[in-house]
Design a protein around this ligand. Structure first.
Ligand code: GLN
Length: 478
């Protein structure tokens, strides 16, 4: 049986009903990885031995008739900016090339408690900065739908692993779209939770006021399942919110009759590739046909999103990345004259071009004399962007638009033009700036058979509604 092709809920069912063993699941997926990984290059580290050991533990539990966790026997890939105790965690950066964390992230603990099986660490843009995986210090990941194209980023490794059946579930992180955009490019589902729903403890920080860990999967229900496991209060993260966690799977098949859907008029304009516009518009019609009420709304400040995001994110990054000084963590230059020279050489050798660009930009934006003109101004605009959403949600329950304005592009096509690359994030960054939940769900294939994703944005902590709308669309496409 090709177990790697099954979705998570199916695998769990088969295991719980003793139709298959966890060992079979793990062996099967690693056989498939051996064949597929050389072309796709989704992983930076594979943890086959650990996975087999975990499989043994779970199979023993089954033998003893013990109760199994929600993720029993499911192979899961983890983005390599999430700490895994004893397993190398690189952030796809030379500066952390040999970093072995002494502790695991909160989400890793939760996955293990629920009997999930971690099979490896996936590629990303260095420190999650990028939209194509091309900023990884360890090589680019290829889009399984067309190997000459990027898988999106920064969680491109996780998305590509899912799209090529080299993982059944995956974890990504999303600061300005890094779960949703690669999900869109690879034709899978990815959800960025409300800020504070999932603990950031053990997620290596990029921009702390924007970062969220999110679930990625082949189906909407599997996404809900993984969210169920990772959501919840954690005292180790001061921004973690104490809130009741609903049952995300229950009610996911609900009808959406009467639901009010807002389509921001700024989101389906000329700048969006024609095929993307067509498929998103078609999906909106589908939702209308099955009972939703569609209204056009406006988010007047959306055009300032990219500028605001790239000031806030780089400012926070410049501060967060100051810790890589050659002393505390990771790489240290060997040949230096004094302390300052050691800092400078370690950082110059250890960071890639994009990370350096952002540290410089952020340091500039925060420097005295420019702070008011850039950083402070960006915070004010951030508030206006949030207000746009608050106003919209007075009249509608969810917002819908494209996840990305463009189709997956060719490897090398945009890498020399940072501004062009930043513009890919036009529809995702405002959601992070506002702390809201958003999901990307596949809505079609272009003429060249490239996946197109649609984004659904919800009210704070209303992940249930966006999952239900995503499922309604998925059901219709089936
Ligand atoms: N592409 C965006 C950036 O480069 C988003 C990254 C992310 O969400 N981690 O910053």
């Amino acid at each position: 049986m090709n177990l790697h092709k099954l979705n998570a809920l199916n695998i769990r069912n088969l295991i719980v009903n003793k139709k298959i063993t966890t060992r079979e699941v793990v062996e099967d997926i690693f056989r498939h990885i051996e064949i597929t990984e050389p072309q796709v290059k989704a992983y930076l580290t594979l943890t086959r031995e650990d996975a087999l050991k975990q499989a043994e533990t779970i199979d023993a539990k089954i033998q003893r008739g013990e109760k199994l966790g929600l993720l029993a026997g499911i192979p899961i890939a983890i983005k390599d900016n999430i700490c895994t105790e004893g397993v190398r965690t690189t952030c796809a950066s030379r500066i952390l090339e040999n970093f072995i964390p002494p502790y695991s992230a909160f989400v890793i603990g939760r996955i293990k408690e629920e009997d999930g099986i971690i099979i490896g660490k996936t590629n990303l843009d260095e420190f999650a900065m990028g939209s194509s995986c091309e900023n990884s210090a360890f090589g680019v990941t290829h889009n399984p739908h067309d190997l000459s194209r990027v898988p999106g980023g920064s969680s491109g490794g996780s998305a590509a692993a899912l799209a090529s059946d080299m993982a059944t579930l995956a974890i990504g992180s999303d600061t300005g779209g890094s779960v949703r955009q690669p999900a869109s490019f690879c034709g899978i589902v990815g959800l960025k939770p409300t800020y504070g729903l999932v603990s950031r403890y053990g997620l290596i920080a990029f921009a702390s006021s924007l970062d969220q860990i999110g679930p990625m999967a082949k189906t909407v229900s599997d996404t809900a399942l993984l969210l169920q496991v990772i959501a919840g209060y954690d005292e180790q993260d001061s921004t973690s919110v104490k809130t009741d966690i609903p049952d995300y799977l229950a009610g996911i098949e609900r009808e959406i009759t009467g639901l009010r859907i807002g389509v921001p008029k700024e989101y389906l304009t000329e700048g969006v590739e024609l095929e993307v516009r067509e498929f998103v518009s078609q999906s909106i019609k589908v939702l209308e046909k099955i009972g939703a009420k569609v209204v056009e709304i406006s988010l007047p400040h959306s055009e300032y999103g990219i500028a605001t995001y790239y000031l806030v994110a780089t400012s926070e990054a410049s501060s967060n990345l100051a810790r890589y000084d050659g002393v505390h963590y990771g790489y240290r230059a060997t040949d230096y004259t004094d302390l300052i020279n050691m800092y400078s050489k370690s950082r110059s050798d250890g960071f890639g071009t994009e990370v350096k660009r952002r540290v410089l930009l952020g340091t500039f934006a925060l420097s005295s004399g420019y702070y008011d003109a850039y950083y402070l101004r960006a915070l004010k605009v951030r508030r206006l962007i949030r207000q746009d959403f608050d106003n919209a949600f007075k009249d509608v329950d969810v917002l819908i638009g494209p996840t990305s304005p463009i189709l997956p592009f060719k490897i090398g096509e945009r890498i020399d033009d940072p501004l062009k690359m930043y513009l890919c994030d036009i529809f995702t960054v405002n959601v992070n700036l506002s702390g809201l939940p958003g999901i990307s769900v596949p809505c079609g294939l272009s003429k060249e058979r490239l996946p197109i994703g649609l984004q659904i944005v919800g009210r704070m902590f209303d992940e249930r509604t966006i999952l239900t709308v995503a499922r309604a669309l998925e059901r219709d496409r089936a």
